[in-house]
Design a protein around this ligand. Structure first.
Ligand code: ADE
Ligand code: ZN
Length: 381
């Protein structure tokens, strides 16, 4: 059996989510949290898609049949039965949608500045409830422009939500624009240039989407330029299913000249002592999204590897990825699941929270305030 076949099936993940989410954990609930790996488009649930499409008088087409989804129930069903991500984005041999089909479907329902504002506020309100006090949020500009949305529409909505979240909810944040690795490097560069007027809210650049045959080094030119201009650099690698370790190595050591400032995912570095030593020596932070991995890999392997990275002294932080496509699991559920299955003590949970604060790209005064809040809460045993 392959790793994907040994991964927890969807019904069991739903059960696991129910039992995890109802756990009482006063320590995790009380600590200030920093979220460093969430895709804003990854919070677009079937219900949100439906809401935006109704408001904009649109139908939502099922990419498999070309026919509109007839009801919210049908749309929900298509999300609930997502096929674990296989190599190809569009593999039409099965009836269920792949992750990327459902994910990119969400871009089509966002039409106005208000839609972007509301989408971001949806995240911030949820973040506030989980005591997330700072977030760096990914967005995929190419996915929006290719369905006809302008930068102004997108960024004005995000920018106003960023201000309001800070003022009204006390949730601070910055944005990370991700290049789609299955689009061309030229498209990445054009989008990079178009992002420059929004530097007040964009702190870094990243790389996501379908990794098959698309290592980070293909985007070298735009990474070099972004670093020269003062942006922070990160990139997804080894997403979900294991990819060649070389994808992680490039992110750690070579992109943008000397390697990224952070690594998104890269879980399978845990199987390679030399790579782990290198990541540790460089002090590179890794954003780790447990629920994302248990969809494709056996639970025991996933948690063993997370534990191995942590025990090796690598700076990992726990994050959520795409809650709407991962059984509605946010940073809260992800922290609870690692606590249970990696056997982390509260002191170790404190370390994970500290890592997230320290590896963030927040201003120094924001970081020291959050650290002070964190250290002010007694972890107990
Ligand atoms: N873009 C949004 N979510 C992603 C994921 N989980 N993997 C790769 N690209 C993504
Ligand atoms: Zn991601």
């Amino acid at each position: 059996m392959t790793d994907v076949e040994n991964a927890l099936p969807v019904a069991s993940r739903a059960d696991l989510r129910r039992s995890i989410a109802s756990t009482q954990d006063a320590y995790i609930a009380s600590i200030p949290k920093v979220e460093l790996h969430i895709h804003i488009e990854g919070i677009i649930s079937a219900d949100l898609k439906w809401k935006f499409s109704q408001r904009n008088n649109q139908t939502i087409l099922n990419p498999r049949t070309g026919q509109p989804f007839a009801s919210l129930a049908e749309l929900r069903d298509s999300h609930d039965t997502l096929k674990p991500r296989a190599g190809n984005r569009m593999d039409n041999t099965e009836e269920t949608l792949s992750f990327f089909e459902a994910y990119y479907g969400g871009f089509e329902v966002l039409k106005t500045k208000e839609d972007y504002y509301e989408l971001a506020m949806e995240y911030y309100e949820h973040a506030d409830e989980m005591n997330v006090r700072y977030a760096e949020i990914f967005f995929d500009p190419q996915g929006h422009t290719r369905v006809g949305t302008s930068w102004e529409t997108m960024m004005q909505g995000f920018r106003e939500a960023t201000w309001d979240a800070e003022q009204i909810l006390n949730v601070k944040s910055k944005w990370i624009m991700c290049f789609l690795r299955d689009e061309s490097p030229e498209s990445a560069m054009r989008h990079y240039e178009a992002a420059l007027p929004y530097r007040d809210v964009i702190v870094g650049v990243g790389l996501d989407s379908n990794e098959v045959g698309r290592p980070a080094e293909l985007f070298e030119e735009v990474f070099v330029r972004a670093r020269k201009d003062g942006f922070r650099i990160t990139a997804h690698c080894d997403v979900g299913t294991p990819y060649p370790l070389d994808h992680i190595r490039q992110v750690a050591c070579s992109i943008a000249g000397t390697g990224a400032d952070r690594i998104d995912h890269g879980l399978n570095a845990a199987g390679d002592a030399e790579l782990m030593a290198l990541i540790k020596e460089k002090g590179l932070g890794m954003t780790i999204c447990p629920w994302s991995y248990i969809r494709h890999q056996p639970m025991d392997k996933v948690f063993e590897r997370i534990r191995a990275l942590f025990d090796a002294g690598i700076v990992i932080s726990i994050a959520s990825d795409d809650p709407a496509f991962m059984e509605d699991t946010w940073v809260w559920e992800n922290l609870l699941v690692v606590k249970k299955y990696c056997g982390f003590t509260n002191l170790e949970i404190q370390k994970l929270a500290e890592n997230a604060i320290k590896m963030s790209w927040a201003k120094e005064e924001v970081k020291s305030h959050l650290l002070e809040l964190l250290y002010g809460i007694e972890p107990g045993t």
